[in-house]
Structures are given as C-alpha cells and as structure tokens.
Write a protein that binds this ligand. Structure first.
Ligand SMILES: C[S@@+](CC[C@H](N)C(=O)[O-])C[C@H]1O[C@@H](n2cnc3c(N)ncnc32)[C@H](O)[C@@H]1O
Length: 299
C-alpha cells in the first residue's frame, strides 16, 4: 500500500519520519524518494538480516537515512537517541516480511521444511520449538485460541503434546492436518491459524504493538501522523482500539455514569474507516489482500 502510505503520511522534505518496521525497505525507499531533497528517515527492525538488506538497498540515501536493530516497543528511546523526536510521521507495517516467509530456514512457513523457529530477532532465546515442545498443554491451547482465533485449539494442543517432540514446520503442519483434515482446494491451509498464533507468541507481537503505538503517539509532533497497516483482525482490532482511545475525550468504563477520567485526546482520526488496497494492487500482490490501513494525526 505504498501509494496510500505516502498520501496519508504527507511526506515533506524538511520532515523527520520513523519506519518502525523497516523490513526490506520498500516503504522506506518510497518515503525517501517522495521528495527532493529526501526527508530524514529512521528505520527500525528486530531482524538484523532485514536491516542489513534494507541498508544496502537504501545506500544512495545514506545522508538522510539511519537504521537501528531494535524493538518498536522502545520507539521513544530509539527516536530520541537518533534525534527523531518530535517526528512528523511514524509508520508501522505489522507482521512479517516476504523475505521472512520465503526464507525456509526461518521456520515461518508450513509449506517449507525447516526447524521450528519463527523469531524476528534471531538472538532471542524463545523460539517456536520451545512453545511447541515446552509449553504446558493448557497454555499451548490458550495461545492457539487467543492469537489464532482457532476454535479447535484444545484438540490441536492435545495432538501436539501427544506427538512431542516435533522438530520441524512440516511435522507440526502434519499433526494439525491430521486433527482438522488435510488441506483442500479452496479453504485456507488448516495449519494457518496455529502457525500465526505460535509466531505471535514467540515474538510477543500484540504486547509490542500496544507499547509501540502508545509511544509513537508521544513521539509525534503536533500535526504529525501515525500510519498503521495490519494483516489480520486481531491486530487491526488492537490498532483501532489504541487509536480510538487516543482520540477519545473520555476513557471511563461504560458503567460509570459521569466522566471522571479527565482524559485529553492526543489524536484526531484522519479516516474513521479502514483503508483497503485497491483491486489492481491485490492482483499484482495477492499477499496485500488482507491489509488494512489506519491513520491518525497528533493534535
Ligand atoms: C511486513 S514487514 C515490513 C515490510 C516493509 N514495510 C517493506 O516495505 O519492506 C514487517 C517487519 O516488521 C518487523 N518487526 C515485527 N515486529 C517488530 C518489532 N516489535 N520491532 C521491530 N520490528 C518488528 C519484522 O521483522 C518485519 O521485517
């Protein structure tokens, strides 16, 4: 959604921007190329391989661009350290990159044989192998239910525990297929939701998103914009909640008859409705079909 990102961020050449999910640098490259001279851009990613690949790709912008391996849950400190506070725009393009899905050895894909891994930051201790082979059955079922929105989480967790140890992505996918029935033509692969859930648990994704968004709102200058792209309903619901709360005059629980919170809104929702990719983009890049973009402005 490069066009939508550029139009909602309103890039200007004297502005400072933070790309919290640098990935392979696609959006970063578009932001840096949007004006002449380019704006200043700070890129953050947990994945060192992605960071190095993006830094190579953006070599021509070395005077305007700086990158750091880090967690966007710490965006306030990272932005401050590099002189990007206050920022004119902050982008989050959540989830995982094409490079990560397509690199078999990273263990994100049930279609590619690899050791169970799924870490964005490969120096982190917790990997998918520990979640799959080490979590108690009830905790595993909770992860699959909560992060995968998978109704049959208990049956899947029980089958995983019975088949332990599981070493590879394809072994895990086979166990799930045996419980839910194998992949068939038009349905999504039966392992999709469980793989999403395990990845989210390994990387603490929802916690990071909540912390990252809260901090990003503080880092923005007045009139600066936060743009967030998410790829599934759980993530989008969280993003919508954080932005709505930021734009709200009152955050008291609904059962309280009179407002006592004294909450001051920090945001204005630029578009109340979610922005979706156009048909042409979905045709060119089918992975974009589930993308949902939300944008808000600091007041
Ligand atoms: C969808 S990709 C971004 C793609 C990028 N916008 C591009 O155009 O190439 C998401 C990226 O966010 C990174 N990521 C996920 N959680 C993160 C976090 N908490 N902090 C920093 N980076 C994170 C992933 O490693 C991945 O590279």
């Amino acid at each position: 959604m490069v066009g939508e990102v550029l139009s909602t961020l309103q890039v200007n050449p004297s502005g400072s921007y933070v790309d919290c999910t640098l990935g392979e640098g696609g959006h970063a490259s578009a932001i840096l190329s949007a004006t002449d001279p380019p704006p200043r851009l700070l890129g953050i990613d947990l994945d060192l391989e992605a960071l190095e690949s993006a830094t190579g790709r953006l070599g021509e912008f070395s005077r305007s661009f700086v990158a750091e391996q880090g967690n966007f849950a710490n965006v306030r400190d990272i932005a401050r350290r590099h002189g990007f506070e206050p920022a004119d725009g902050i982008l989050f393009d959540l989830g995982l990159s094409s490079l990560q899905v397509d690199t078999a050895a990273r263990g994100f894909s049930f279609r590619k044989e690899a050791r169970l891994d799924m870490r964005f930051d490969t120096s982190q201790m917790l990997s998918a192998a520990e979640v799959v082979n080490g979590f108690p059955e009830s905790e595993l079922a909770d992860v699959i239910y909560r992060y995968g929105e998978e109704r049959r989480s208990r049956r899947i967790a029980s089958a995983i525990v019975r088949n332990r140890p599981l070493d590879t992505t394809t072994q895990l996918a086979e166990v799930i297929s045996r419980v839910l029935g194998g992949p068939s033509g038009r349905r999504i692969h039966p392992a999709t939701k469980t793989f999403q859930a395990i990845r989210m648990a390994v990387n603490g994704e929802l916690d990071n998103v909540e912390k990252g968004l809260d901090q990003a709102i503080e880092v923005l200058r007045e009139g600066g914009r936060i743009v967030v792209i998410s790829y599934h309903s759980l993530e989008d619901r969280l993003v919508k909640g954080v932005l709505r709360r930021g734009a709200s005059r009152c955050i008291c629980p609904p059962e309280i008859p009179m407002c006592v919170c004294g909450h001051e809104p920090a945001l204005r929702l630029v578009s109340r409705r979610v922005i979706r990719p156009g048909q042409e983009e979905i045709r060119m890049n089918p992975r974009s079909r589930s993308a949902r973009l939300r944008v808000a402005e600091r007041i």
